[in-house]
Write a protein that binds this ligand. Structure first.
Ligand SMILES: Nc1nc2c(c(=O)[nH]1)N[C@H]1C(S)=C(S)[C@@H](COP(=O)(O)OP(=O)(O)OC[C@H]3O[C@@H](n4cnc5c(N)ncnc54)[C@H](O)[C@@H]3O)O[C@H]1N2
Ligand code: MOO
Length: 405
């Protein structure tokens, strides 16, 4: 069948349908996980002056030879400089982070000085520049250190603060409506009827949205009924969400109503089926400013599709430059049969081998309804379409599943 779109093409089409959201001002304390929309330049120089890296005595290398006696003429601490200038034969008690007084060109560790009243005896000759951090070794005013497209982590927040910025410009957070469909679904904690199961997918999808810095809007569960699904879908469009994710009802069964309802609601469907396992019946389209992703109902299919397609779309909306899933090279942990035309994403255990390379062992059972092996998996082994049979130890690629996934 030629109607199955390759995974990379499906992703390219989805990415082409979204663009970064407009920037907004975000307080640094709220900016973890947000993506920079504008460069951040240093408003100041760090360190702003030559400063001591140690507790000890600021001295002149010319005077501070082994056994020399120097007079202590004052003190410099972080936040309180000495103020004066060092003359020959003098030293200043100095603490870590304090500005080095004029005239001093080295710092003697306090462990290498013996104090004798208002003088010290030098226990180790001071080298010029020793234990002094020169002005601007970290950054200088005007330098750009953080660039648009970067997702801000803990270290970036510290850097932005040190550069002097209380706020950053970040792309607005993408808003994603999530609609589960199916007569059989009840929410966890609700009474479960004889033909019913507990709905699980929306929890994972909402977590993926949050993990990528988006805002998830839960539209609940719609029964397999055109009017009910249509009403819920209409709410999402009225709310002008960036992405509408539907769950289930994507296949060819008599009760798989999502596709016709989306089309009735004015969604221009781009594609429906992809050459992927799990996740074949996934659809994507657009209506106005909303990207619509119709994910299959099988829990593993929905979650794997969200990692491969929803995540990149969220990243693009957030203005990130690194949007593609980051597959990693490893080695097969066991022999694998040849693959058919669908790109496989197999739940797998990952172990670091003696040579430091990840050994990726696909679980024997790969059923797209089974959440337990998905939760136990440390990665997804990717097998390209038509991959030949592989031997344990052969190179392979996998998608790691770190927290929060
Ligand atoms: N004749 C064919 N049948 C099927 C095909 C096909 O190509 N031809 N594709 C299969 C594949 S692959 C998948 S994947 C599923 C996807 O079907 P749907 O998207 O229509 O999903 P549903 O039928 O609604 O549900 C499938 C399964 O998942 C359960 N489910 C649904 N939603 C949730 C939820 N929110 N939380 C937990 N579990 C959910 C549902 O009860 C079903 O058991 O189609 C195959 N069929
Ligand atoms: O794609 Mo379905 O996800 O194989 O079960």
């Amino acid at each position: 069948m030629s109607d199955l779109l390759p995974v990379t093409e499906a992703r390219a089409r989805i990415l082409a349908a979204v663009a970064p959201k407009p920037a907004e001002t975000v307080a640094l304390g709220e900016a973890l996980g947000r993506t920079l929309a504008a460069p951040i330049a240093a408003l100041r120089t760090q360190p702003p002056w030559d400063c001591s890296a140690m507790d000890g005595y600021a001295a002149r290398a010319d005077d501070a030879t082994l056994g020399a006696r120097l007079t202590v003429v004052g003190e410099a601490a972080a936040g309180r400089s000495f103020g004066g200038a060092l003359k020959p034969g003098q030293t200043v008690r100095i603490f870590t982070g304090a500005p080095v007084p004029a005239g001093a060109d080295g710092v003697l560790l306090q462990e290498d000085a013996s104090r004798d009243g208002d003088a010290i005896v030098v226990g180790e000759a001071v080298q010029r520049g020793r234990h002094i951090r020169k002005t601007g070794i970290d950054f200088t005013a005007g330098e750009t250190l953080l660039h648009p497209g970067r997702r801000l982590g803990a270290r970036d927040l510290a850097l932005a603060a040190a550069l002097g910025h209380p706020t950053v410009q970040a792309a607005a957070r993408p808003r994603v409506a999530i609609l589960a469909t199916g007569d059989e679904l009840v929410l966890p904690g609700e009474p479960v009827g004889p033909d019913q199961i507990v709905a699980s997918n929306a929890f994972a999808i909402a977590a993926v949205v949050a993990g990528e810095g988006g805002i998830a809007l839960d539209l609940g569960v719609a029964p397999d009924d055109r009017a009910a699904i249509g009403a819920a879908v209409g709410r999402a469009f009225a709310d002008e969400v960036d992405i509408l994710v539907t769950l289930g009802g994507a296949s060819v069964g008599d009760h798989d109503l999502v596709r016709p309802v989306l089309e009735e609601a004015g969604v221009a469907l781009d594609f429906w089926k992809i050459a992927m396992r799990p996740g074949k019946p996934m659809m994507a389209g657009r209506r106005g400013g909303t990207l619509v992703l119709g994910l299959p109902g099988n829990p593993v299919s929905a979650i794997v599709c969200s990692l491969l397609f929803l995540t990149p779309a969220l990243r693009r909306l957030s203005g990130r430059t690194d949007v593609e899933p980051a597959l990693v090279v490893g080695r097969l942990g066991r022999d694998m049969p040849e693959n058919d035309r669908r790109e496989d994403y197999l739940r797998a255990a990952i172990e670091i081998g003696p040579d430091g390379v990840a050994v990726v062992t696909a679980f024997p059972r790969q059923d797209s309804s089974m959440l337990r092996p998905l939760a136990e998996a440390e990665g997804l082994l990717m097998r390209p379409p038509h991959a030949p049979a592989g031997k344990a130890g052969d190179p392979c690629r996998f998608l790691p599943l770190p927290h929060p996934y």
